[in-house]
Design a protein around this ligand. Structure first.
Ligand SMILES: N[C@@H](Cc1c[nH]cn1)C(=O)NCC(=O)O
Length: 427
């Protein structure tokens, strides 16, 4: 029950995060803004999210999931309510930033609950299910939100999400305990210096860095498609109808339901090969994107479906990063290590979304807002820079961790290494 409540709260956060995706046109009219001002909502949210991860991880280790999740739901609902009533662009930006803050506090709390409530051998699978079932919130923010906006109008549609948050707040306070034996699982108070030492200790573990780079390399491609550029790419560059493009984006979220349990099972059985899974996912995404981008003319529908099915592995693949960090750190640092990991994917997503926008603008001089297919192809190729960097770093830290641990140790549930005093490894 505790996990179920945590999962619903996370799905609601994903709903709030994605609830602007189908309201772009309405938002441009309501706030009288340009396309780039509209994109800045998404960028602001991602920026706030990424920059909050380390403080949030430390807060969860110190105050426990129940307390931080309560604050998260209160903040995200306030933000969504403010967005419902916002009549001008600056107010709407502040409201979206609040949504980003509350959203940033949610996932790490729920992952921490999973490690406290489930036996260690079930944690990889349940964490995968958490990350992936939570994406159903994005599906709820697609067709149902389109319907609600048309039926009830802006204010009432967004307010409904905020009210759902208040209901979950009550349920959370009634049901959710930090562990089977304690309502509140609190860490010891630490000075700023001790916090810095604890973070440094996590960072010195090669498994934390390996996890960060797996999380960096895997989820940005589905984020690029699902959060901002997928729809215009499919319509403008691949000349698909809006209905087909919408169906392909929905399929992207649905793939999570397949990959989640599969990767969870795989990671639980073969922890030594977690980085191999990360590399295979990156390789598969890079290859299928190359086929689409190099295809002369419009890519056939079958290839676009393949692109979606393969790219859909990126989000679930990023969960592997959390698992590597979990087994590389002691329990009292689990949440702050997860915070470090989560910076990876949200930074790479932000970079790729901004990068694609910059290349599109540079290659479409004087355009009226519609981008030529050729510009889109070059813009989407920005992904290769990040995949290249991510792959080099995964290989680097995987080599380091493999030289310092054994298969038996990792199979036993730990990839922690003894850090010897002396010169510290550089990033
Ligand atoms: N990459 C996601 C998790 C995921 C799983 N399937 C698709 N995405 C992640 O890191 N989530 C953190 C969050 O706050 O959503």
């Amino acid at each position: 029950m505790v996990w179920g409540v945590g999962l619903v709260v996370y799905a609601l956060a994903v709903f709030h995060r994605s609830s602007l995706a189908v309201a772009g046109l309405a938002a441009t009219e309501r706030f009288d803004i340009s396309a780039s001002q509209l994109a800045s909502f998404t960028m602001l949210q991602l920026l706030v999210y990424a920059s909050m991860q380390i403080p949030v991880g430390l807060m969860v280790d110190r105050y426990g999931s129940r307390t931080v999740l309560t604050a998260a739901v209160a903040v995200v609902s306030t933000g969504q309510a403010a967005f419902a009533f916002a009549g001008d662009y600056p107010t709407a930006l502040v409201a979206r930033a609040l949504v980003g803050v509350g959203d940033a506090m949610t996932f790490i709390c729920v992952l921490r609950l999973v490690t406290s409530w489930f036996p260690a051998r079930q944690v990889p699978l349940v964490s995968q299910l958490t990350g992936n079932l939570g994406q159903l919130g994005a599906l709820g923010a697609a067709a149902p939100m389109t319907w609600a906006l048309g039926q009830f109008g802006w204010t009432r549609a967004y307010l409904a999400g905020a009210v759902a948050g208040l209901v979950m707040l009550v349920v959370l306070r009634l049901v959710l305990h930090d562990s089977p034996t304690q309502a509140h699982l609190r860490g010891v108070p630490m000075s700023a210096r001790a916090l810095a030492r604890s973070l440094a200790a996590s960072w010195e573990q090669p498994g934390t860095r390996l996890g960060l780079w797996i999380h960096f390399s895997t989820p940005f491609s589905p984020a690029l498609l699902g959060l901002l550029w997928g729809f215009p790419f499919l319509v403008s560059a691949e000349h698909r109808s809006e209905a087909t493009a919408g169906a392909l984006i929905s399929l992207l979220f649905l793939t999570n339901l397949f990959y989640g349990p599969f990767f969870g099972w795989l990671v639980g059985r073969h922890p030594w090969h977690r980085s191999t899974l990360g590399l295979v996912i990156v390789g598969a995404m890079a290859s299928v994107w190359a086929s689409v981008l190099l295809w002369p003319g419009d890519a056939p529908l079958g290839l676009l479906v393949l692109l979606i099915l393969v790219t859909g592995a990126g989000g679930p693949g990023s969960m592997v990063g959390f698992d590597v960090a979990r087994t590389s750190n002691p329990d009292h640092r689990t949440a702050s290590a997860s915070g470090i990991i989560n910076v990876g994917g949200f930074t790479s997503s932000l970079l790729v979304i901004v990068g694609v926008g910059i290349v599109l603008d540079a290659l479409s001089p004087g355009s009226d807002g519609s981008y030529p297919p050729e510009a889109f192809r070059w813009a989407m190729a920005v992904q290769y820079v990040l995949w290249g960097l991510g792959t080099v770093q995964i290989l680097r830290y995987r080599r380091r961790i493999r030289s310092l641990t054994t298969r038996e140790q990792v199979a036993g549930g730990s990839s922690m290494v003894e850090i010897s005093p002396g010169p510290r490894p550089s990033a």
